[in-house]
Design a protein around this ligand. Structure first.
Ligand SMILES: Nc1ncnc2c1ncn2[C@@H]1O[C@H](COP(=O)(O)OP(=O)(O)O)[C@@H](O)[C@H]1O
Ligand SMILES: [Mg+2]
Length: 374
C-alpha cells in the first residue's frame, strides 16, 4: 500500500510531460512519479501495475479522450484522472468531465494550477499541517426503522456538499441492509469490514486507499457484503473510523438505521449533527416522537438532532406545522415527494441532485446543504 501519493503521466506531447515532471520535482517527498509514457496502451499497463492515485492524461482527440477517461475511471475507480489538453473548447471540457475526469487543464500546465488541482484531488497530497486543518463535520442521517428516505437524503446531501472541490465522505453504516452501493451503482472491492478487520493498519492512508470516489463527488465507504460480517464491527471501531475520516474530509455523511444502541450510539456520539429523517404519516410521526424523546434522554437534544420531513406533499392531511406541534420541534428541512425523480435516480445510479438538478428534491437538498454549511 503506497504511503505516498503516486502519479502516472500519459501524454503524447513530450514537452508537456517534461513540464509536468519538473512541476512535481519540489514534491518528491510526498509524490512518486510511478510512470511517464507517451501512449495509452503503455499507460494502461502502468496503471494496472502501479495503482496510482492520479493519472494525468493528455488529450488530443476528443472521441479517444472520452474513451480513455472512461476506461480508467471504470476499471480503476480509485484513480482520479486529470485531463490536459491544448483545446479550449467548452464541449471538450464538458465531455471529458462527464466521462469522469476530475479536472481539465490547458497546456502548458502552470505550476500553481497543477498544484491546486492535485490539492483538489486531495488525497493527502501536500498535506496541510494537522494543526491547520480544521476538523471535518460528521453528519449522520438516521431513522430507526428505515423506508423514510435516509439513504436518499444521505446520498444526495453528500453529492451536494461535494461541489467545488469540498472533500466529502459518504459512509454506509446501515450494517444489516445497506444500500448506498445500489443507489450509486457501485460495487467496491473494499468495504467497511476490510477496514475494521485490519485495525492495526487503520490509519488515514489506509482508509483513503479503500475508499472509492463516486463520479458524483463523494468518497464512498460502504457496508460489508456478507450479513454476518456486520456483527464483527464494534462501536469503538466505528468511532475510530469516523474520527479518522473527520481528519481527512470536510464532511462525513453517515447513513444509519436501527436501534439506539451499539454502533448507532457510537455514530451519534461522534456526530456534530443528526438528521432525523421521517415522513408525515401518522405511524411515522408516532415513532419519531418516541425516538426523539429517547434520544433527548440520551443526551442528543435539539441542538444536535434536526428534523427532516421527506416525501412532503403540501396537500397531505398532516401539515408541517402539525408535525412541529406534535413533535415540539421545528422542521429543519422538508423534501418534496417526487416519486419519479427518486426512482430514476436509483435506476441510473446517480444522485437526484446530479441527474435532475431542477427537481424539487434537488432544490430541497441543496437548501439543506447550504444551511449545513453555514
Ligand atoms: N422525496 C422522495 N420522493 C419520492 N420518493 C422518495 C423520496 N425519498 C425517498 N423516496 C423513495 O422511498 C424509498 C425509500 O427511500 P430510502 O432512501 O431507501 O429510505 P431508507 O434509507 O430510509 O430506507 C425509495 O424507493 C426512494 O426512492
Ligand atoms: Mg436506507
Amino acid at each position: 500500500m503506497p504511503s505516498q501519493f503516486s502519479i502516472v503521466i500519459i501524454d503524447r506531447d513530450k514537452q508537456s510531460r517534461d513540464a509536468i515532471t519538473s512541476t512535481l520535482k519540489p514534491y518528491t517527498d510526498s509524490i512518486t512519479l510511478a510512470g511517464s509514457v507517451d501512449n495509452f496502451s503503455d499507460g494502461a499497463l502502468v496503471i494496472q501495475k502501479a495503482a496510482p492515485n492520479v493519472v494525468i492524461l493528455g488529450i488530443d482527440d476528443i472521441e479517444q479522450g472520452i474513451k480513455d477517461v472512461q476506461f480508467i475511471t471504470l476499471k480503476h475507480p480509485r484513480v482520479s484522472v486529470i485531463a490536459c489538453s491544448s483545446e479550449k473548447n467548452v464541449e471538450w471540457f464538458l465531455s471529458i468531465m462527464r466521462a469522469g475526469a476530475v479536472e481539465y487543464l490547458l497546456r502548458p500546465i502552470g505550476q500553481e494550477e497543477l498544484k491546486q488541482s492535485l490539492q483538489k484531488v486531495g488525497r493527502l497530497l501536500l498535506p496541510t499541517p494537522v494543526e491547520e486543518m480544521p476538523a471535518g463535520e460528521i453528519i449522520s442521517v438516521y431513522n430507526p426503522i428505515g423506508g423514510m428516505g435516509t439513504t436518499t437524503v444521505a446520498v444526495n446531501l453528500a453529492a451536494a456538499l461535494a461541489e467545488e472541490g469540498t472533500k466529502v465522505a459518504l459512509v454506509d453504516l446501515n450494517l444489516e441492509a445497506g444500500d448506498v452501493n445500489t443507489f450509486l451503482n457501485v460495487n467496491p472491492t473494499y468495504t467497511l469490514s476490510s477496514v475494521t478487520s485490519n485495525t492495526e493498519r487503520l490509519d488515514a492512508n489506509f482508509l483513503m486507499s479503500v475508499m472509492t470516489r463516486h463520479p458524483s463527488g463523494p468518497f464512498v465507504l460502504t457496508e460489508p457484503l456478507e450479513v454476518d460480517e456486520a456483527v464483527s464491527i464494534r462501536p469503538e471501531q466505528v468511532r475510530r473510523v469516523l474520527e479518522l475520516l473527520r481528519g481527512i474530509f470536510s464532511y462525513v455523511i453517515v447513513d444509519c438505521v436501527g436501534q439506539l444502541a451499539g454502533c448507532n450510539m457510537a455514530i451519534f456520539e461522534s456526530s456534530d449533527q443528526i438528521l432525523f429523517t421521517t415522513t408525515l404519516s401518522l405511524p411515522a410521526l408516532k415513532n419519531t416522537k418516541r425516538y426523539l424523546c429517547a434520544m433527548e434522554r440520551k443526551g442528543f437534544g435539539k441542538d444536535t438532532v434536526k428534523l427532516i420531513i421527506n416525501r412532503y406533499h403540501p396537500k397531505s392531511d398532516i401539515q408541517l406545522k402539525d408535525a412541529e406541534k406534535v413533535l415540539a420541534r421545528s422542521v429543519y428541512q422538508s423534501i418534496p415527494n417526487e416519486y419519479l425523480d427518486a426512482v430514476n435516480s436509483i435506476n441510473k445510479g446517480t444522485p437526484v441532485v446530479k441527474l435532475t438538478p431542477r427537481s424539487p428534491i434537488s432544490k430541497a437538498i441543496q437548501a439543506l446543504a447550504d444551511r449545513l454549511k453555514q
